[in-house]
Ligand binder design. Structure first.
Ligand SMILES: [Zn+2]
Length: 286
């Protein structure tokens, strides 16, 4: 390499380093918030991101798919997911999380006591203990602070509910509310319709503009009473194209339409991305 070439490649290297550093600083300082309903096929995975901080709710049915999805939104230099929440131990919610625990540093894991006894549930629990990941019990009253203005509240299950022996893992599903200024997102996991009255009785204010519809929009999701309490402007359904369960069910879609909610589906749109510029403005889908 002659002298001139050396100087040239040196400059190219410096420019590349400078632009990566610039990107890292801009990303860390950016306090806009993003909520992404990742298209993971038949399952749930939701990424909440603000600056360098991430909360991941569920991981969908495939680790490979989830890694690709996260790669689109989490910058390559950021190898830490601050909080991972498993709503319940069904494989369409936790299978992908195994790869997250293997490939990312996880700050904290939040989950219930429910155990499905499946291989994937066992490997997840094994990884949490092998990697000494801090683990907290998901129960009403627990709050995860993302920043001064953004907070995720766990609103179900209640601390006095024993979900460890549940045969139907859905009924112990974690329900959480993200609050960012006037913006509220309600995440339902696979929470069953039979328990809607209990959830309404336990929570004074369930109002939220954005609702992640329970259980992939099955007929066991989202009663009329519940929709009256939430009044969602937008309902997001995380569901796989041509899935064998026939999700979402016509009844659930009708209930949402009658409640005046706009329905956004991951099988139709791919990732559903909400951008929230700041806490004073309403989040918008793009
Ligand atoms: Zn599910």
């Amino acid at each position: 390499m002659n002298h001139r070439k050396k100087i040239y490649s040196g400059l190219v290297f410096l420019v590349a380093v400078a632009s990566i550093l610039g990107g890292m600083i801009a990303h860390a300082k950016d306090d806009s918030l993003k909520v992404v309903f990742l298209d993971v096929g038949q399952g749930d995975a939701i990424l909440i991101e603000q600056g360098e901080k991430q909360i991941l709710i569920d991981g969908g049915p495939s680790g490979k798919r989830l890694m690709e999805e996260l790669g689109k939104y989490v910058p390559f230099w950021d190898r830490k997911i601050d909080v991972v929440i498993a709503t319940h131990p069904d494989s369409d919610h936790i299978s992908g999380l195994v790869d997250v625990l293997k490939n990312y540093e996880v700050g904290e894991m939040i989950k219930t006591d429910a155990k499905s006894g499946t291989d994937v549930d066992k490997s997840l629990l094994g990884l949490v203990s092998d990697k000494k990941i801090e683990s907290q019990l998901a129960e009403k009253g627990l709050a995860v602070k993302l920043s001064d203005e953004a907070r995720l509240d766990i609103i179900a299950p209640r601390a006095d509910e024993n979900v460890s022996g549940e045969k139907d893992t859905n009924s112990g599903s974690v329900v959480a509310m993200l609050i960012y200024g006037k913006n509220k997102f309600l995440f339902m996991g696979d929470f069953p319709i039979e328990k809607d009255p209990e959830l309404i009785a336990d929570n004074q204010d369930l109002g939220a503009q954005f609702l992640k519809v329970s259980h992939h929009g099955s007929k066991n999701a989202t009663s009329e009473e519940f929709l009256k309490a939430v009044k969602p402007e937008t309902a997001i359904i995380s569901v796989g194209k041509g899935n064998r369960y026939g999700h979402p069910a016509q009844e659930a879609l009708e209930r949402l339409k009658n409640a005046g909610s706009e329905i956004l589906r991951t099988d139709e749109r791919g990732d559903v991305v909400f951008e929230c510029q700041d806490s004073k403005r309403e989040c918008a889908v793009n």
